[in-house]
Ligand binder design. Sequence first.
Ligand code: PRT
Ligand code: ZN
Length: 298
Amino acid sequence: MRELNRLRIAIQKSGRLAEKSISLFSKCGLDFDLRRDRLLHECKEFPIDLMLVRDDDIPEYVADGVCDLGVVGENVIRERLPVSELDGDKRVAVVSSLGFGACRLSLALPEMSPVVEVKDLAGKRIATSYPNCLKNYLSDYGIEAHIVELSGSVEIAPSLNIADAVCDLVSTGGTLKSNGLKEFKTLFESQAVLIRTDRPMSATMELDLARLMQRISGVQKAAQSKYIMMNAPREALDQIRRIIPGMEAPSVIPIGTDGVKIAIHAVARENIFWETIENLKGVGASSILVLPIEKVIE
Ligand code: PRT
Ligand code: ZN
């Protein structure tokens, strides 16, 4: 039986998204009692339980209402809940992108492949773990190919001579390269997203979801922001505003009595790179400090 008014979130048990999903919740102040022998892991401070499962099952669990929310790659949603099912009662909605697990689903070819355009793939053998996404892509081009469905190690299929091309997830491109393959076309870009069930939730659960979203947004904004402090000649203030990316109204504090020098404290909404610091020094800034921000609540 489901416990009333507790949000249940499905996340990957182990794999590329597992640690980052837990870490996101931990930055939101949610700690879980992660005991191996349990399916559900309770958060004491917030009415949330985590369910640790294989990533492929997450869209279905959320669509079926077994869980209210899930953290999963967009690639898995696209593959597991094709458009036709979204028209039925198997619905999930993306609540927010989470900024980790970035990758892309791409077609790749052996270095010496004669394929030049997508239409040259007609009649070829393409190995993939993403048959639905691949079928949709090929049908957009009005071509048919032999889809060789594999559950893993797709990249070795051409060297085993069971495929002429592959369609697989890529992040650095290292796996393709070390298997003598070159990236050919990107079907779509993907990252981890928070999904929710389309089924109605109680008012209490909706409020808890809104609280959770506010915390996630605070963590995401903090990750992109930096707090910057420096001393500078007052006459350089306008130039400094232009140099610092996404700087909001800075606090300007006079140093000494003659008003020539000021201290500037500001939040920059983007990362501060070494070039920015060098440019600040170039207009006379000194004692420059760049600090990470833990939370941003507006
Ligand atoms: O056991 P379970 O079913 O839960 O996990 P899994 O083995 O199916 O998934 P896992 O942990 O490998 O990946 C989980 C999710 O991470 C994926 O669904 C994507 O959303 C995301 N992700 C991000 C990736 C990659 N980057 C990635 N590079 N998933 C897989 N890869 C693989 C890719 O398939 C290829 O084999 O890594 C290789 C390519 O990497 P590069 O860096 O060499 O290009
Ligand atoms: Zn999986």
